[in-house]
Write a protein that binds this ligand. Structure first.
Ligand SMILES: [Zn+2]
Length: 457
């Protein structure tokens, strides 16, 4: 589904250059594509929706480069637990999770995301106790209207991974191929790339064998899909790779298997060396920085300053709600900014425009979508949000970029458009039934928690 329309009188932030701000600007959209933009009035009003944005900020929709949406059902369930024991719970939940939980949770996660200005989501999928879990997640992503990348990853080993989600590489590859191939045949969204795919090892090396890693790059390339993985999230993973794999770090280890690459996104990358940052740069690998999750699990602080200084592409992600506990990318932007400042004890270490770029341009590039979204430019798909800057917690505006990062809240997003389709106007969802989705998720949450308790997870 695409759409057409015109936005007038906006403060347009194309995110193509810091100095590029169009006040009193317009953007026109036809069949999902941006057809015009500039100051003043357009030569032609496109048929479809017409929005007078009267000094509201019009910017590219935010890109959440790493999350697990079903985990909204597990918000605040397992708190105050370090990564390994926490993962034992998260993986253990596979014994209780049913396809219907993935559907209900993913739809609620999409609703929360769209209402917070997120128009593109990378859903990193790693628990598949049942072959219907992944398709049900994809169904919810499609129904929501959000642009999505579904990263169907694989676990084939690991002491803390229940057998029901351990897969033999060959069998897993067949399942991934069937999801990707089936979608490419069936869904028109795959042609417009509203839905695209990745694969990957989930959390190498703790749940990915050398045998799996040896085959993954060729498998991804043969299916023309990228790779997503959790990398060096905690010091415990670094200890593991040093003890069990004789490698100096996780990135260095993955390099042996040709996993880094320009269609690869490494979530976290907290415990990586300067040499590994060079490896990321040389291979064109992107990183999803997930500051709130890192703080919640006490993982540490990712070397964002160093990665940006070296020219590594850094995106932003919330991670799943079991370690965040929201899907709020405005909160994530503020956390990304403040965490670097306090870590380096230097308030000038990162500037707000760079943070906004990570949440837009950087995310689109990390997911292989730079030609479609991440900026407002003629010819790109219209993934746009309007942010109301009139609220008392934002006014008066002295530094627009800083105030979008440090003052604005996700609830200030009034309008969300994906592929030209107006999905939310004045905070009202036009296609999704908000009450029904929340009620269904509440029921699903109760059902899932009962199953978790019954199984002693
Ligand atoms: Zn994650």
């Amino acid at each position: 589904m695409t759409g057409s329309g015109t936005i007038l009188n906006a403060v347009v932030l194309p995110m193509t250059a810091e100095s590029h701000i169009i006040r009193g600007g317009y953007v026109t959209v036809r069949d999902g594509v941006i057809t015009g933009m500039g100051a003043g009035a357009p030569a032609r009003i496109e048929p479809g929706w017409l929005i007078d944005a009267h000094d509201t900020v019009l910017m590219p929709g935010l890109v959440n480069a790493h999350t697990h949406l079903y985990q909204v059902l597990l918000r605040a369930i397992w708190e105050d637990i370090p990564l390994f024991p926490w993962l034992r719970k998260i993986y253990g939940a596979a014994q209780a999770l049913l396809p219907e939980h993935f559907y209900a949770g993913t739809l609620l996660g999409c609703l929360e995301s769209l209402k917070g200005g997120v128009t593109t989501i990378c859903e990193h999928n790693f628990l598949n106790p049942n072959p219907d879990c992944a398709p049900e997640t994809v169904r919810a992503l499609r129904e929501s209207g959000v642009r999505s990348v579904f990263a169907r990853t694989i676990m084939d080993t690991g002491e803390i991974v229940p057998n029901c989600v351990k897969e033999k590489p060959d069998a897993a590859f067949k399942l991934v191929e069937s999801i990707v191939g089936g979608a490419r045949k069936t869904f028109s969204e795959t042609q417009t790339r509203k839905l695209s795919f990745m694969t990957g090892p989930n959390t190498p090396p703790i749940n990915a064998s050398p045998e799996l890693l040896r085959q993954l790059r060729a498998f991804a390339d043969s299916n023309a899909i990228g790779i997503s993985a959790h990398v060096a999230e905690s010091a415990s993973v670094l200890d593991y790779v040093r003890q069990h794999c004789s490698a100096p770090g996780v990135v260095a280890y993955l390099r042996q298997f040709d996993i880094p690459g320009d269609n690869t996104i490494f979530a976290h990358s907290v415990h990586i060396s300067l040499e590994e940052i060079q490896l990321l740069k040389q291979t064109g690998t992107s990183v999803s920085h997930n500051p709130v999750s890192n703080m919640m699990l006490g993982d540490g602080v990712a070397p964002v300053r160093e990665m940006l200084a070296e020219g590594v592409n850094v995106a932003l992600g919330t991670d799943g709600a079991a370690s965040n506990h929201s899907q709020d990318m405005f909160e994530t932007m503020k956390a990304a900014s403040l965490l670097q400042k306090v870590h380096h004890r230097d308030p000038g270490v990162i500037d707000p425009y760079s943070v906004l770029k990570m949440a837009t341009v950087g995310g689109a590039r990390a997911l292989g979508l730079s030609d479609l979204c991440g900026t407002i430019e003629e010819g790109k798909r219209a993934d746009l949000i309007l942010v109301d800057i009139h609220a008392p917690h934002i006014q008066p505006v002295n530094h627009l970029f800083s105030q979008l990062v440090h003052c604005a809240k996700s609830t200030d997003v009034s309008t969300a458009i994906v592929d030209g389709c107006l999905l939310m106007k004045n905070r009202e969802m036009l296609f999704l039934d908000e009450d029904r989705i929340v009620a269904a998720a509440q029921a699903s949450n109760g059902h899932l928690l009962r199953r978790i308790e019954e199984k002693g997870i």
